[in-house]
Write a protein that binds this ligand. Structure first.
Ligand SMILES: Nc1ncnc2c1ncn2[C@@H]1O[C@H](COP(=O)(O)OP(=O)(O)OP(=O)(O)O)[C@@H](O)[C@H]1O
Ligand SMILES: [Mg+2]
Length: 498
């Protein structure tokens, strides 16, 4: 149910779609309930007038059936189409919500997760929610109504026969209800393994050169095999649970019909029940179980969707550890005086990286941090744009605590060329514009010249329009570094942060 609470605000904008779907579904349901009655009444009509060629009664029933099926067709068309409009739009909104949430997370979060796995969270988990919106919500309501309607009809037709006929539904419903959580857990495990596999493959394709040069194809394959095998195992396990419920469903349906045939047959033989009532009774009973199991959750789409929704909810509930203060100080162009006051920082509680650092950097001053590898230089630098917040102490920029400054306006004042350069898949020009989307072509060239990159860019096949590949794989190490310098145009902080 908590899962549905997550979904509710996303359904809200499509409530009229959902209402229309529900209405058309009610139309479908009404015709479904009408059909057995019409079909069974033919028995009565035929018996009453056995020697006429084609009685009016038969014609009326045929016409009524034809209209019922036509209405049913129309109802189904609307149901299927409109529900999917709502569903894919909800999915789209969910994807954006999860992605937006990810953007708020700090590097600390990403250090513990794999890219491929997160991609699977954004894409697959949200996709699994689609059938819930498209089918489950209205099917659930329709099933509830059909089940209720059928019970009422059966009780009206013959109360004793109804009680006997519905008896097998009780243990069957209980069995299905009991297994519901196991099914959801199975689908959840399956998706998590899928995410793990996606993360692994993503990682290994990224490192394909290393795998090839070290001749580790075999080892890489074995790792994929292990995770893929576990995934297949879980996929089969989930289906086994689904399959095991089929005999329960069929058994209950069969038992109901057998009971009704025995008791109803005897009642009809002894004249206590008309033949058409018996036929109608059996037809209604056949249509009773499917919606009942839909209702108690023996639906793969439902369980899979609920499991997906739970994982989506997990993402949406993530608390960013670096919290922006939206009402914070809006920083224009900073002077650049930085003060570290008693800063202590650790990635993990048991391994302090920085301990009680005090440092004053005047505006305009150039500072070099020198130290052995792993000493904490990059960590120190990463505290200034608040990739991480220190556990103790205070960092002041022009006398204002960083935590009181609106994050986007703080970061507007910072340029960073990192040890491991990251470029985006796209053209040279697009990558330079990343730092300043409004730069004119001339400004892009000027930035490249300032970074000593113009020369080599001119020699690329399409110059500034050359595609550099994922992470810039088609460039040399030095070229990548220069491009990453070129994407920091001067005077970036001059633009109005508001
Ligand atoms: N995301 C992380 N999670 C946990 N520990 C980390 C993380 N990043 C760095 N560390 C650890 O923190 C310590 C400081 O790392 P840092 O990157 O600041 O070193 P550095 O001084 O920049 O080294 P180098 O000169 O090699 O670049 C190291 O011991 C490193 O192993
Ligand atoms: Mg470093």
């Amino acid at each position: 149910m908590t899962a549905f609470r997550t979904l509710l605000p996303f359904l809200q904008p499509y409530r009229w779609h959902m209402a229309l779907v529900l209405a058309s579904n009610l139309l479908v349901m009404t015709t479904s309930l009408l059909a057995p009655w019409l079909i069974s009444s033919i028995v009565g009509v035929v018996r009453v007038a056995p020697d006429q060629a084609l009685s009016n009664g038969v014609l009326v029933i045929a016409a009524a059936l034809a209209s019922a099926y036509a209405l049913r067709g129309l109802g189904l068309y609307i149901t299927v189409y409109v529900s999917h409009i709502a569903a894919w739009r909800v999915c789209h909104d969910l994807r954006l919500a999860v992605y937006t949430q990810l953007q708020r997370m700090s590097p600390r979060f990403f250090a513990s997760r794999q890219t491929g796995e997160l991609a699977s969270r954004v894409l697959k988990d949200t996709d699994h929610v689609e059938p819930i919106v498209a089918d489950v919500v209205h099917e659930f309501l329709a099933s509830a109504l059909i089940t209720l309607g059928t019970v009422v009809v059966l009780l009206t037709l013959n109360p004793i026969l109804a009680l006997v006929g519905l008896l097998p539904a009780i243990p069957a419903t209980w069995l299905v209800w009991r297994d519901r959580h196991r099914m959801m857990a199975a689908f959840d495990a399956e998706e998590r393994s899928g995410g793990q596999l996606s993360g692994l493959i993503h990682d290994q394709i990224g490192g394909i050169r290393e795998i090839q040069i070290f001749n580790r194809e075999h080892l890489a394959l074995e790792r994929v095999r292990a995770v893929s095998h576990q995934l297949a195992h879980q996929q089969i396990g989930a289906r086994r649970l689904m399959a095991a419920l089929q005999p329960v469903v069929e058994g209950a349906t069969g038992a109901s019909i057998v009971l009704v045939v025995l008791l109803g047959g005897w009642l009809a033989q002894t004249g206590q029940l008309t033949v058409e009532t018996l036929v109608a009774f059996i037809l209604y009973l056949i249509g009773f179980y499917q919606p009942l199991y839909m209702l108690v959750g023996v639906s793969e789409a439902l369980q899979r969707g609920l499991a997906g929704l739970r994982r989506v909810d997990e993402m949406l509930q993530l608390e960013p550890d670096v919290v922006d203060s939206p009402d914070g100080v809006v920083l224009g162009r900073a002077n650049g005086a930085i003060t570290f006051k008693g800063i202590s920082f650790a990635y993990r509680d048991d391994l302090p990286v920085l301990q009680r650092i005090d440092l004053q950097i005047a505006a305009g001053q150039t500072v070099a941090l020198v130290g052995p590898t792993g000493a904490g230089k990059s960590t120190f630098a990463g505290l200034i744009p608040r990739f991480y917040d220190s556990q103790a102490g205070q960092i002041l920029l022009d006398g204002v605590d960083l935590r009181q400054i609106r994050l986007d306006t703080l970061r507007r004042n910072i340029s960073m060329v990192t040890q491991d350069v990251f470029l985006f898949n796209g053209t040279v020009q697009e990558n330079i514009r990343f730092g300043n989307p409004d730069a004119t072509d001339a400004e892009v060239v000027a930035a490249a010249q300032a970074a000593n990159a113009h020369e080599f860019i001119q020699h690329l096949p399409q110059g500034y329009a050359t595609e550099i590949g994922e992470r810039g794989v088609r460039l040399s190490g030095g070229q990548k570094q220069r491009l990453s310098i070129a994407r920091h145009p001067q005077g970036r902080a001059d633009s109005d942060p508001r």
